[in-house]
Design a protein around this ligand. Structure first.
Ligand SMILES: Cc1cc2nc3c(=O)[nH]c(=O)nc-3n(C[C@H](O)[C@H](O)[C@H](O)COP(=O)(O)O)c2cc1C
Length: 399
């Protein structure tokens, strides 16, 4: 989730106080709300001279991932291969206690990596969990995937038309245009872009169903926002102002002038959840409400698409769902449509159990007991939003 940090009244009272204010605000003078150039530099893409694996990884780090934690490590010690690991320092134990979304975020990375390698004429062999899968509710030190290829192989490689969307894709976390409905064929094209036989895609534009799912998004968001330990997980990952954003280049980046002013005056308290009735609280809730109720449709991905309940919870099913989501969002980008994961109701922390069950029933019907909703997203149209920060590709490479 994204928190809209806002100044409390205290910030304005201080600001009205004059004198020392000007000095304190000096760092904001002539400031821009754009993210610092270094933090978004990876979106320029790699230089054509980059070594093949670094070149492809430079695209993979742009993949969508939960809370922009960028939970990836790429081991390059083996020639003509890339081995992908979860960076276990970058997990979200409160909202994602079984690390499912972190593993789905391995799949988005992997799909982007494969698309980029194909662009350079390399068709990698992808082996998921080459040393065995880690348990459904745990992570361990074993790799998620090993990609390998024959140097100079002459196998003809089909380039992926979605490659051109890798540098354009982003997740617009704003209210959608409620005057602009989506055409059924547009949604169908997005769903068809995902190519995994192990992942089932669904979607709806039907008004009664959309209304019920909007309400569910909002109900589930309130549970996450009003449960202190889950909302604090997001607050701790909020980076306010150019300096923090440039230092971390991950998490939830906030560069608006008002939150920055509030931070300068110590009025943006990140040590506790915003108290009910404060401006910060109202804006946090208001933003989620606006996102939920401006959904013009919903899409979702579930696994296993087989009558085998055990397979739904495997780690490879989660990776496959991430790969499918990557393709779906790239296709949406090509079509000018926004896709925004609304993961709250799909989360496994205990307070969410009721909404988790409702979500599964509403999306999957009789299959609810056998399948896991891996991604649940609103869709619609909105103006393009800035790209979010990324760390340099070197930050994830192990040599
Ligand atoms: C598994 C997964 C779950 C996500 N859940 C949410 C969510 O609940 N709310 C949200 O605002 N964004 C969600 N996102 C989107 C990420 O926040 C987003 O990809 C990340 O901040 C990077 O931004 P970008 O997609 O614009 O590059 C999710 C992404 C993934 C892959």
């Amino acid at each position: 989730m994204t928190l809209p940090p806002n100044p409390t009244r205290r910030a304005f009272i201080h600001l009205a106080g004059g004198g020392a204010v000007a000095a304190a605000l000096a760092p904001l003078a002539g400031c821009s709300t754009d993210y610092p150039a270094t933090a978004v530099a990876p979106w320029a893409g790699p230089s054509a001279q980059s070594e093949l694996r670094r070149w492809a990884l430079a695209y993979a780090i742009l993949a969508p991932n939960s809370h922009n934690r960028q939970p990836w490590l790429a081991d390059l010690r083996e020639a003509h291969a890339i081995t992908l690991y979860v960076d276990r320092e970058r997990v979200l134990p409160e909202t994602d206690p079984w690390f499912r979304q972190i593993v789905v975020s391995q799949g988005t990375f992997l799909e982007a990596l494969v698309i980029a390698l194909r662009e350079r004429g390399v068709e990698p062999q992808v082996q998921l969990f080459p040393q065995g899968e880690f348990a459904p509710r745990a992570l361990d030190e074993r790799p998620v995937a090993r990609l390998s290829w024959q140097p100079g192989a002459t196998v003809p490689v089909t380039k992926d038309p979605l490659f051109t969307q890798l540098l354009r894709r982003h997740t617009a976390k704003v209210a959608y245009d409620v005057q602009r409905p989506l055409a059924p064929e547009t949604m169908a094209a997005m769903l068809q872009a995902m190519a995994s036989p192990r992942v089932r895609a669904g979607g709806t534009l039907e008004s009664a169903r959309v209304a019920a799912l909007r309400q569910l998004c909002w109900d589930a968001a309130q549970v996450e926002l009003l449960t202190p330990r889950t909302v604090m997980e997001s607050i701790r990952l909020t980076r306010v102002g150019p300096q923090e954003i440039a230092t971390h280049r991950d998490g939830i980046s906030v560069n608006g002038l008002l939150p920055r002013m509030a931070a300068v005056f110590g009025a943006f308290d990140r040590s506790a959840p915003p108290a009910a009735g404060t401006t910060a609280y109202k804006q946090m809730m208001g933003r989620f409400e606006a996102h939920s109720f401006s959904a013009m449709g919903f899409v979702w991905l579930s696994t296993p698409f087989a009558a085998d309940a055990a397979a739904a919870r495997t780690r490879s099913a989660e990776v496959e769902a991430g790969r499918a989501y990557m393709r779906l969002q790239l296709k949406a980008t090509e079509l000018g449509v926004q896709v925004h994961p609304m993961s709250q109701a799909a989360q496994e922390f205990p307070e969410m159990a009721r909404h988790y069950q409702t979500l599964h029933q509403q999306l999957l019907g009789p299959a609810a007991g056998n399948e896991v909703v891996q991604m649940f997203c609103r869709i619609g149209y909105a103006s393009a939003q800035p790209h979010t920060p990324r760390r340099d590709v070197d930050a994830i490479i192990r040599t």
